[in-house]
Design a protein around this ligand. Structure first.
Ligand code: IMP
Length: 423
């Protein structure tokens, strides 16, 4: 059996959590491979909304195995809160959640360093979620990070003190004031490690490869989106991990020749939180309408998301980098009452027209748009793709033809039930 990978093709917030939850019945194992509590995967069923940050979105299905892979960074305090809220609603994650011993831990000092570095960037701020993601991956690459296996080591305290001292020296040197009671924050953090210790801490690469060999179906769940990838995103306005399909190989320990379907999630329009280029961003009332009707506010930070039209230049780039085999279109229902809908097909940069996603967007981009008539109808009342309005089907057909990738699922609302799976 091959590893299927599900990931976002834009700047995150494409609705991955809901789609993983919808697809979970067809899988035995759901595995997160990168990112950390900067993610906020929202799932809705039985009228209740759930937001997951670190835990895979398959957790609500009993008898499914969920894995937090080596590529993920874990904040024990956030993790503890997630576990508590799951247990409150009767989900017992201890039964079916496995955690890689190689995953790195986020310390409170990582969050403070994150805040300190963002502050120092001034105008060039990334707009980080300030969850400590960047500094934790920095320590990983610098070979001074603190991993899950360190909690299990006999010299745990020595290892902890080493990283604690390095961090506090840096913060003191920069006169950073965390404006929090340091001892209390660290006591809470150390206390939260007890929650992690309730779980099976494993060499998850062996587990994932064993499951695949045993013909069990494994889905890798991406976080953030392709355009936030550390290598291929709009650097430096990116996150600190590889969000692309290749990241699933390194973040879970699965060989590239063991990958199967690559399912790309694309929202019918674009959003972005944080700073950085966004060629199709709308600053007018249409952008405002997308934000309002799409409830486009960050599920981790509550920040309003920047909104704009669908960008085919960026989408085709994301499809190429990931080798997307099929797409899922989310949130077209947000535009149910739009008379006109636009899709960007090329960028005009100076006197040149390009369909390539530029490495650096340092001059003004004027998007070249194709206009579509709106469908002016409530999509979510239909359960059968064929019954959807003609204008909508033409819009979908255009995206499929332009990208050469089929759209297999259309999500017409946040609830599990508002999903159309095409024959
Ligand atoms: P960081 O990874 O928290 O440092 O944030 C880096 C950039 O990625 C910022 O622009 C964030 O707003 C963005 N970002 C991080 N995680 C997410 C996510 O899950 N969805 C959307 N944007 C994100």
């Amino acid at each position: 059996m091959k590893l299927d990978i599900l990931l976002g093709l834009q700047w995150g917030d494409e609705g991955k959590g809901k789609i993983v939850d919808v697809l979970t019945p067809a899988y035995d194992v759901i595995a997160r491979f990168q990112g950390g509590p900067n993610a906020g995967h929202t799932l809705e069923f039985n009228g209740i909304k759930h937001v997951l940050h670190t835990i895979p979105s398959g957790i609500f299905h009993p008898n499914k195995i969920n894995i937090i892979g080596n590529g993920v960074v874990i904040d024990p305090v956030v993790f503890q809160k997630e576990i508590e809220s799951l247990e409150k609603i009767g989900v017992n994650p201890v039964e079916n959640l496995l955690i890689s011993k190689k995953a790195h831990l986020i310390l409170p000092t990582h969050k403070w360093i994150d805040a300190m570095l963002e502050e120092q960037k001034g105008e060039r701020k990334v707009g980080s979620t300030l969850k400590g993601i960047g500094p934790t991956y920095t320590d990983k690459a610098a070979r001074v990070g603190f991993r899950i296996c360190d909690i299990l080591a006999n010299d745990f305290l020595d290892r902890f003190e080493r990283i604690y001292k390095t961090h506090t020296d840096l913060l003191i040197k920069n006169s950073f004031d965390p404006q929090e009671e340091i001892a209390t924050v660290f006591n809470n953090w150390l206390n939260a490690l007890q929650t992690l210790l309730r779980f099976k801490l494993i060499d998850s690469e062996y587990e994932v490869n064993y499951f695949l060999k045993e013909e069990r179906k494994v889905l890798a769940e991406g976080a953030q989106g392709t355009l936030l990838d550390i290598d291929f995103g709009s650097y430096p306005f990116v996150t600190s991990s590889n969000t692309v399909a290749a990241g699933a190989c390194t973040g879970l320990g699965v060989a590239p020749n063991q990958t199967g379907r690559i399912i790309g999630i694309v929202k019918a329009y674009c959003t972005r939180v944080g700073n950085g280029p966004f060629p199709t961003e709308l600053f007018d009332e249409t952008g405002e309408l997308l934000r309002k009707q799409g409830h486009e506010f960050g599920s981790t930070t509550g920040r309003p998301r920047r909104c704009g039209w669908l960008d085919l230049v960026a989408l085709k780039y994301a499809i190429m980098i990931n080798g997307v085999t099929e797409m899922v279109l989310t949130k077209p229902d947000v535009m149910d009452n739009f008379d006109t809908i636009k899709i960007c097909t090329a960028y005009q940069m100076g006197d040149k027209i390009t369909t390539r996603f530029p490495t650096e967007i340092d001059e003004e981009i004027i998007p070249v748009y194709k206009e579509f008539r709106g469908w002016n109808q409530k999509l979510s009342v239909e359960k059968d793709y064929e019954n959807l309005p003609q204008a909508f089907k033409e819009y979908v057909a255009f995206i499929e033809e332009a990208t050469g990738v089929p759209i297999r699922i259309v999500s017409t609302g946040p609830d599990r039930s508002e999903t159309i799976i095409r024959a």
